[in-house]
Design a binder for this molecule. Sequence first.
Ligand code: PLP
Length: 450
Amino acid sequence: DKTARLVELDKKHYIHPTTSAKAQATDGSPLIFSSGNGVYATSTDGERYLDGLAMLWNVNLGHGNKELAQAAYDQMMNMAYSSSFKGYSNEPAIELSKKLAEIAPGDLNSVFYTSGGSESNDTAFKLSRFYWELKGKPSKRKIIALNNAYHGVTVAAQTATGIPAFHNFAGSNIGEVYHAKAHLTNCELGDKNDPNYEGSIRGIIEKEGADTIAAVILEPVQGSGGVHIPPEGYIQAVRKLCDEFGILMIADEVICGFGRTGKMFAVDHWDVVPDLMSMAKGISSGYSQLGGVMLRDEIRNTLVQYDGVLSHGFTYSGHPTACAVALKNIEILERDHIIEHVQAMEKVLKDGFRYLEDKHKHVTNTRSLGLLAAIELYEDPETNTLFDDAVQPATVVVDECFDRKLILRTLGSHREIIAIAPPLIINKQEIEEMIGIIDDSITAFVKKLG
Ligand code: PLP
């Protein structure tokens, strides 16, 4: 049949991203999606799944959105692609730039476009270093990122990524990137008595010297590293630290941006304006491949004083169709009050988490910021005891969820975390369906434990 044929061809010809190539080529049997509607995705064999992760935290307006498709169609019929190199531009890119300047925090008023998050972060690093060159401080080159960060897989982005499996894949890292321990608010504010001080961002800056450091990059909420929400005051502390030492702050809003956390951008929760802000994913709800870096006026004003060519840019920087889709995506976010909806649905999700925690003794550390959420499974939450690594509790529960037609994802070095990030349009009933399936799946897991 059709599915069997596709599976055979997939094994033979398709190298999948972030997948065991060996397993895929031998006994891999991927679920092949063929259509989607709202929070549901349907496979070629006709099974319908609740998409609890908005695919890769990106399909924020859900599947099968006709307005986004229409925006792409209209632009493609006019002119699918045109260049933005030397002397050329296009209307969707211009209008989107204006819109982004309106909705972005503070004076993040201009944008450099890419095709995704990794390219955005590489761009942010290059522009940071170039900014310091233009300022007459070429020694400011080092980048500080956080342990457990995920910033993508292009060569510089993978170097900044702090998750061991991705960091330095194929020995391809760039130099001059340092990793700090995450979420040490007191250290960043200057508490030298804290035993973690040396490993903090501040500790690294003091050791290396601020005159060697270009930028600090961080996700406002760490996503693939385990959905870690920073403690109150942390993001402000990093902003303050960067100001104190004259270091640029890069916020990676690739997952967090465009309403995911219940604000347009996650930094808005803490009223912090980063110097550069990376975006992708939710900017277009995955309907087109678009990313970008927003720059504060000081950086933009410095760049425009440079006489030479800014020798950085992608064929698809400012892709008209991608930008037209993003414009429509933001229009819908605002028109349909999606961010207010996310705030309301977070309450429903939290009720569900409370129910799971009350019912199942292994469920702990449930958390959410908007619809960016996670739960954890511990052998004994009271004594902070993890399951034996062989148990892989989240993997088992996520598999059980999959059998019950709910797609989620497992994270964490002990496979103890389950990430939950459904399309932002999810309603109360669909969240309750999701919680119900997780409930049953945990019950099945506990039964298997014996
Ligand atoms: N930054 C963050 C926070 C991400 O979560 C991701 C992807 O998951 C990236 C960057 C990389 O984006 P992309 O996969 O579009 O290159």
